[in-house]
Design a protein around this ligand. Sequence first.
Ligand code: KG4
Ligand code: ZN
Length: 341
Amino acid sequence: MSPDSFILAIESSCDETAAAVLRPPGTILSSLIASQAEEHSRFGGVVPEVASRNHLLAVDPLVRRALAEAGVTPRDLGAVAATSGPGLAPALLVGASYAKGFALALGIPYLALNHLEGHLLSPFLGSEEIPHHVALLVSGGHTQLTEVRGAGRYTLLGRTLDDAAGEAFDKTAKLLGLPYPGGIEIDRLAAEGNPLRHEFPQALMESGNLDFSFSGLKTSVRYFLEKNPLLPSSPNGMADLCASVRHAIVGVLLKKTARAVEISGLDRVAVSGGVAANRALREGLQHLCTTKGWTLHLPSPELATDNAAMMAFAAMHHLRAGKQSSVGIEISPQWQVGGRF
Ligand code: KG4
Ligand code: ZN
């Protein structure tokens, strides 16, 4: 097959079923997402079996729509890719099995891809080259700093020792009585609040390493609410709490990213993952990079949260490197990138 044939990618690692068609090198012809967030919000988090059942219902109509919107028939495809990990096993299985069946039926290559690699490459969608840079990946399941030397060349610099940044947003939002996924809600309400009204812990700030810890924040917010139960319903109470929580999380992310770039001696930063949609983080990184003279690569908010376009772009890099996967390959729910795990 030609490395420039159309690529279909399917993403089902968590609670979003997504399908996208890419025309290499970087034209997204369609990118669709069927979100189950509302269904999981009843449980305050993602329930794997419910996610799996919904992926099963969503995947086939979604792929058909993605192909129709792209104006592409299955016969035009050069490869089919799916997220193989990390993620929820029952959820991953649906997208990966569907993609394998599709590739087998058409007799074209299948690619088993890493979801984190999709995020890492997402700020560069459309570019031919992936430049040498430091990447901050902040999602609901992962928080890590990675040195990226190019597509497929990742070195882990630091990571969370407990909760991910998105998880810290979601768990504190739940304590505040906000709907799941809470990161977006906190970000929205924080816009009207005073970030300096309450001081919440910023863990490992003074430690010399590049690791993160967010579990103490949630505990601190819980104690705070036990002591001040009426504060969220007081005037500006909720907005100030949200702004202060966001300030604590974003503050650590900015400081550790700056430290990673300084240690690496590079002058280029990229951010990816759902929390990269956070307005305070985006503005903070922009300010940091302008002050230091660094180049910043930010994905659009739609490409920051889970999507299949980023997976199709990662697939293109694999195909260009001459790689493809066996359809016999198992899903890898714990698959990480960059070593040190
Ligand atoms: O990358 P993603 O869509 O899924 C994972 O791979 O985890 O990230 C989802 C996470 C959730 O925790 C969600 O609350 C968070 O990203 N998120 C945000 C914002 N938008 C999404 N967190 C803070 N501010 C936002 N604007
Ligand atoms: Zn993700």
